[in-house]
Design a protein around this ligand. Structure first.
Ligand code: G6P
Length: 612
């Protein structure tokens, strides 16, 4: 939700900030803006639309200045337009602010400022903050840092802020409460960003700002303190990050690149953890928590979006292989119920970004009630990763496409490793079954490569349904969550209305929708539900629906009834979600491209949802 970039040093800030914003566009792309300061002379450019629109708008202009801040927006307060775009400047032109998050008490502060004669150009809470800092700075004769802290002590909400003051051109201020901010440290220069991706090409030394901390960055050094002015010694993290990972390489879109990366990303998730030679699973990140996890009376998974679907697969895995009851909860619902959490429950929070506001709030509540909280995150050093008691990183590499693909499969791999390891420890899994599951997991990257080899055929299936207005996805057992995920992918990037359903539930409602225009994607592999799924396909065909079946290689029965079949290789039932989801990811991708949609930046969505 909104991306922030800042720079102070000896170089021209503008191109560094613009490039950084392009890397953060997955966080929001409603509007973009940059402010640079050259010895007290402020240049501010902003517009509705993408960073490329901003670049186009300023072509040929002199935007020199070695300190600056920039923003790419996902609108919360005020529609996406030029005026509401960040940065926002205070009324007397003293402070310039970029902001990610929500200031909850902005109305009350705004009313107070209006009484003092302040006027506002935009509908944003950010402009209120800029004016609030300025009013304190001017009326109480504070330094810029003191004014920023005085304002922060009085605002309520979640925020990551980048601030410059025209009277103090050798300083860049940053503050965090709830929304992530990373600071890159280099010789005589500092970088600020919502995550590491804009920074890693300049330095591998990072500080992740903690909640209620303020950073003051100057060309001569930096200082980090809390809102009450106590100095803080920050932890400097060394990031090992290949900058090529954040480029598209030879692919037209990040999403396509990330779908194709899955054999590698899954291998990375298992690296050092799954040993197929001696048939062991070693989960160092949760080693200390293992006794409590293995004796848990119940596991509660909390997550949102695609991560929730991975959690549903985890439910099947844990219940079958570890015999631990599992509940999977939307974090946004869980946090506002009054859930019963016992001290022998274990919470597992799943989040690609590690920043999703609802998931973060859910784990805070669970902590308060004494539960052990484990994290399954992709972004190293993210808020959820830091606030959980321990956890397992998915190590899928940066996922830039807004629609999650490789993060999903890596999350499922982590849950499978956990379920198998817990099952073995609890004595539920015998040695031979455990060994065969480990062999199966190790083989998944090669099975996915085989599916990817048939991408051209999958594209032709997508071509046949590119104009569909609706779609239904059906699956059972392990493949029911995959049906939900397939439908979500199509909705997100193609704007086609799609519903995922447990196949047997079709006759309780969705069957009424079936006619000769309705494509029905059926996950119909060789598993214990095969005969039942064949019946479901016949029910659809009897009503003239179009059936696209995902079948096991060599299946000869379903091809006689389905309009199209897509074959996937033979795979153990528990690991089928990892393989069967890939053709559905590709279908959505190709349909979106054929419909002319912006695959990597679908309308209204953002990759990292740091507001409620
Ligand atoms: C957003 C993204 C989804 C993601 C969901 C949860 O909606 O667009 O792709 O699945 O947030 O995000 P998380 O980072 O917590 O997995």
């Amino acid at each position: 939700m909104c991306g922030i970039v800042g720079y102070i040093g000896g170089r021209t800030a503008w191109p560094i900030i613009v490039k950084g914003l392009q890397r953060l566009e997955y966080r929001g792309y409603d509007s973009a803006g940059v402010a640079v300061l050259n010895e007290g002379d402020l240049k501010l450019r902003k517009c509705r639309g993408k960073v490329s629109d901003l670049v186009q708008m300023v072509k040929g202009q002199d935007l020199s200045g070695a300190v600056g801040i920039g923003h790419t927006r996902w609108a919360t307060h005020g529609e996406p337009n030029d005026v509401n775009a960040h940065p926002h400047v205070s009324m007397n032109g003293k402070f310039v602010v970029v902001h990610n998050g929500i200031i909850e008490n902005y109305r009350e502060i705004k009313a107070h400022l209006i009484e003092k004669g302040y006027t506002f150009k935009s509908q944003t809470d950010t402009e209120v903050f800029a004016n609030f800092v300025e009013s304190l700075y001017l009326s109480e004769k504070l330094t810029a840092e003191q004014a920023v802290k005085a304002a922060l002590r009085r605002i309520i909400g979640a925020y990551g802020l980048g601030i410059i003051c025209v009277d103090e051109p050798n300083a860049l201020f940053a503050a965090r409460k709830g929304s992530p901010l990373a600071i890159g440290l280099a010789e005589g220069e500092y970088f600020l960003a919502s995550d590491a991706t804009p920074i890693v090409e300049y330095t591998d030394q990072l500080i992740y700002l903690e909640d209620e901390q303020v950073a003051v960055l100057t060309r001569n050094g930096y200082n980090i303190s809390n809102f009450n002015d106590d100095h803080v010694d920050p932890v400097i993290t060394h990031v090992d990050f290949d900058v090529d990972n954040v480029d598209k390489g030879c692919y037209e879109h990040y999403m396509l690149k990330e779908i194709h990366e899955q054999p590698q990303s899954i291998a990375d998730t298992m690296r050092g953890r799954v040993n197929p030679e001696n048939h062991t699973i070693n989960l160092g990140g949760i080693a200390d928590a293992m006794p409590r996890l293995a004796s848990a009376r119940r596991i509660i998974v909390v997550a949102c979006g695609t991560s929730f679907h991975a959690g549903l697969v985890g439910e099947y895995l844990f219940e079958q292989y570890a015999r631990v009851p599992v509940e999977v909860e939307y974090a946004s619902e869980f946090r506002y119920r009054n859930p019963i959490i016992n001290d022998d429950d274990v919470i597992v929070a799943i989040s690609q970004s590690g920043e999703t506001a609802d998931t973060l709030a859910a784990i805070r509540m669970a902590h308060e009630r004494g539960a052990l909280v484990l994290g399954v995150c992709n972004v190293v050093g993210s808020s959820i990763a830091r606030e959980t008691d321990s956890g397992i990183y998915t190590h899928a590499g940066p996922e830039i496409g807004v629609a999650s693909t490789k993060a999903f499969t890596s999350q499922v791999v982590v849950l499978a490793m956990m379920a198998f390891a817990v099952g073995r420890r609890r004595g539920v899994l015998d040695e031979a079954t455990y060994a065969s599951l480990i062999d199966g997991l190790s083989n998944v990257p090669s099975l996915i490569s085989q599916v990817l080899d048939s991408a051209a055929q999958i594209r032709e299936v997508a071509r046949a349904y590119q104009l569909a207005q609706n779609a239904i996805y059906l699956g059972r057992g392990y493949l029911y969550p995959v049906a939900l995920e397939g439908a979500l992918k199509l909705k997100e990037i193609s704007y086609v209305h799609a519903e995922g359903y447990p196949a047997a539930e079709m006759k309780h409602g969705p069957i009424a929708l079936i006619d000769n225009c309705m494509p029905v994607f059926v996950l119909a592999t060789h598993d214990k539900f095969y005969d039942k799924i064949v019946n479901n396909i016949q029910e659809v065909k009897a009503r003239k629906g179009q059936v696209i079946a995902i079948v096991t290689k060599g299946d000869s029965e379903i091809s006689k009834m389905a309009d199209y079949v897509i074959e996937i290789p033979v795979c153990q039932e528990a690991l089928l979600p990892l393989v069967a989801v890939v053709p559905l990811q590709l279908i959505s991708y190709y349909v979106a491209v054929m419909r002319g949609c912006n695959v990597d930046q679908p309308r209204n969505l953002a990759k990292s949802v740091t507001v409620e």
